[in-house]
Design a protein around this ligand. Structure first.
Ligand code: ADE
Ligand code: ZN
Ligand code: ZN
Length: 354
């Protein structure tokens, strides 16, 4: 009798182990996954600015299937995973259900890895939220009422909470509204050269301001407010005013504290997260920071040029390895940019509703 039990137990364990092994094989046949961190580093990345699964013709030999983009946060042009799935075999050869179940589990695991990929800095919303929150604290009484009136249709919303909506709404048309590229040779804005069709960050800000000043419906003006809050933030992320040839640093790969990322992601969120990922911590840290003397709060073309000059400063492009000296040198600059963005957004809103 004990022998029979041992035999049955051994058979069960053996079956389980072979199912497990088969499931690995079956799993591989059922779907192949490729994880890439940062769409931007693919020279022909067809996925820029796209939110939903798209045909993905240029991702190499394994890309006969769909390119499913897993947006990892708010900035759909930045750090996210690219997964390519080969077409699934309709009837897996092994009829081992346990194996298939385990294989599915494995795929679930892969999917969760995709949701939290080995990117050093998936895009965080903190920067935009800090800017919204800083402005919110400094609105004049009338501006506050007008903002609250527009926000009233969405219960509980604030300038901070709406600040990331524009990234969530990004698509292949609106993606261009989030940045403006300067040539490497000059940070002097030339509209005909840098924003010929108005499809750039400065053009987009202008349009949203015009909508807010117009007698458009409250819903249209709320949307314009959402865009404006976000775009004033983007205007202060230096790499949104960077160079086309590396897609504003998206294609400049770096190793930050031994983790792979790119320079754009470092400035979108990595440097912020080194201090804290908590908006409140940042607001408390920056709210009392003084503005530089004789600061320009009005001329947004000059603001764009200033951001470009940050990018053009020697040392802004790190050696590929980013460690404490880079972080220590550039975090104060990033902080200043956040403070200025908050002050300029405040000024714009207070001027809109005097
Ligand atoms: N995001 C995507 N493309 C970009 C570019 N050329 N410059 C800045 N940000 C970008
Ligand atoms: Zn943006
Ligand atoms: Zn960005």
């Amino acid at each position: 009798m004990p022998r029979l039990v041992t035999f049955i137990a051994a058979t069960l364990v053996g079956t389980a182990i072979s199912c497990l092994l088969l499931s690995v094989v079956a799993g591989r046949r059922l779907g192949e996954w490729e994880i890439g961190c940062g769409c931007g580093h693919h020279p022909d990345c067809p996925c820029m600015g796209m939110e939903t699964p798209q045909a993905c013709p240029t991702l190499g030999s394994k890309s006969s299937g769909l390119c499913a983009l897993v947006a990892l946060g708010k900035d759909s042009t930045n750090c996210r995973s690219i997964s390519t799935t080969s077409v699934r075999s309709p009837t897996p050869r092994m009829g081992c259900h346990l194996g298939i179940a385990i294989s599915r589990l494995g795929q679930l695991l892969v999917i969760s890895v995709l949701m939290f990929p080995p990117c050093a800095f998936a895009w965080g919303a903190t920067g935009h939220q800090v800017i919204g929150a800083l402005a919110e604290k400094q609105l004049t009484a009338n501006a506050r009422v007008q903002v609250q009136t527009l926000l009233a249709s969405e219960a509980g919303s604030t300038l901070a909470s709406i600040s990331t909506w524009a990234d969530e709404r990004k698509n292949s048309t609106t993606a261009r509204w989030h940045f403006l590229n300067f040539p490497r040779t000059s940070c002097n804005y030339d509209q005909a050269r840098d924003c010929p069709d108005g499809n750039c960050l400065l053009g987009a800000i202008d349009r949203q301001l015009n909508i807010l000043k117009s007698d458009a419906t409250d819903l249209q003006r709320l949307q314009a407010l959402k865009y404006l809050v976000h775009f004033i933030g983007d205007l202060h992320q230096p790499l949104h005013l960077g160079y086309l040839d590396d897609r504003g640093g998206n294609q400049y790969q770096i190793q930050a504290y031994k983790r792979g990322s790119n320079l754009h992601a470092l400035w979108d969120s990595g440097l912020i997260k080194f201090v804290s990922d908590d908006t409140k911590v940042w607001v408390d840290r920056l709210f009392t920071r003084p503005l530089p003397a004789r600061v320009n709060l009005i001329d947004l073309v000059r603001v764009a040029e200033e951001s470009c000059r940050v990018v053009a400063t020697p040392g802004f492009y790190p050696d590929r390895k980013v460690e404490a000296p880079y972080v220590d040198r550039w975090t104060p600059v990033l902080e200043q940019q956040l403070v200025l963005a908050g002050a300029r957004l405040t000024r714009i809103l207070n001027r809109l509703w005097p």
